[in-house]
Design a protein around this ligand. Structure first.
Ligand code: MLT
Ligand code: MN
Ligand code: ZN
Length: 306
């Protein structure tokens, strides 16, 4: 599998339009240690021909243009075989509305994520201009399923969507009961090379099944939203702790780093970093602590083969 990071930031990106925090100001000033970042998304492919996108971020148009493999090869065409959604947060789904232009699209998602986007959403009709414009393929939460290209042929890849501790999107909080399908992590397996990718960009906690899957993967992407649980409060920018937003912090006694440092996977990345996170500054002591645990911060343009 070939993988390319298209965006590494949490919702809002870096800089965020209404934020004047230290990191956002540094990014605006062009500080080379604090480069700008787009909202979280990763593209992957078995053969370099058919590509799968994880998330449809609000930056999707720029992300497609940033990577020639995603450019059309005919007057009307897209190499995007399907889009995989891990939850219904707006930073993962808003981009779907930018991908209209009467282009048929395939979307893999849980029933909960599909309903959260489609139900009562009149704007969604722009993706229903003709029958079959969007083909929803449900994730099977009980096991691995083949990942099929747009025409239904075998991509050579398999995916397992694993329910992971998370939450419903902000606009649906308090509307309906939480369900396992609200948030998933993805385990992508290349059946030819055997390479295994684990992708958990929103994690409220490291449950035993999540730990096990991370331990068995060759490459992993994990929720790097916040360095500390009280990061927004300490910066005077919010009232909620990371955990209340279903993002476990990287540092601290119950943070993700203490577990990640024990894993032997050759590449371990954090992704979905909030603009307040000190890890966004390449010269920060927090980044040095991360490197000591052999964990990296994902960045736009990063390419890997597994
Ligand atoms: C999250 O990652 O928790 C959400 O993207 C927050 C939001 O929708 O603003
Ligand atoms: Mn988010
Ligand atoms: Zn900021």
């Amino acid at each position: 599998v070939i993988l390319r990071v298209l965006g590494s930031a949490a919702g809002g990106g870096l800089p965020q339009w209404n934020c004047g925090c230290t990191n956002c100001c540094a990014a605006r000033a062009g500080d080379p240690a604090t480069p700008s970042r787009l909202e979280e998304s990763v593209a992957f492919s078995a053969d370099g021909e058919d590509w799968f996108l994880i998330q449809a971020s609000p930056d999707v148009r720029r992300q497609i243009e940033s990577f020639p493999a995603l450019w059309p090869r005919r007057p009307r065409h897209t190499p995007v075989a399907a889009i995989l959604l891990t939850n219904g947060d707006l930073d993962h789904v808003l981009g779907l509305l930018c991908l209209r232009e009467s282009q048929p699209l395939v979307i893999y998602a849980t029933h909960e994520v599909r309903r959260g986007f489609v139900d009562g959403n009149s704007v969604y009709r722009t993706l229903e201009r003709f029958p079959g414009q969007i083909s929803w393929r449900p994730f099977d939460l009980d096991g691995e399923q083949p990942l099929l290209t747009a025409d239904g042929s075998d991509s050579g890849l398999a995916v397992r969507a694993l329910a992971a501790p998370g939450k419903r999107p902000l606009h649906l909080e308090g509307d309906g009961d939480p369900a396992p399908g609200d948030n998933v992590g993805l385990l992508i397996r290349d059946r030819r090379t055997g390479g295994r990718l684990a992708y958990f960009s929103a994690l409220a906690a490291l449950t035993a099944p999540v730990r096990q899957q991370l331990a068995e993967s060759d490459c992993l992407f994990v929720d790097g939203t916040f360095w500390t649980d009280d990061e927004l409060i300490a910066a005077g920018l919010g009232e909620r702790r990371g955990r209340q937003m279903a993002h476990l912090p990287v540092s601290g006694p119950d943070g993700s780093l203490d577990f990640l440092r024990t894993l032997s996977a050759p590449r371990k990345f954090l992704i979905h970093l909030n603009n307040t996170n000190p890890l966004l500054r390449a010269d920060s002591p927090e980044r040095a602590a991360l490197a000591a645990a052999r964990v990296e911060v994902a960045h736009e343009g990063l390419e890997l083969r597994l």
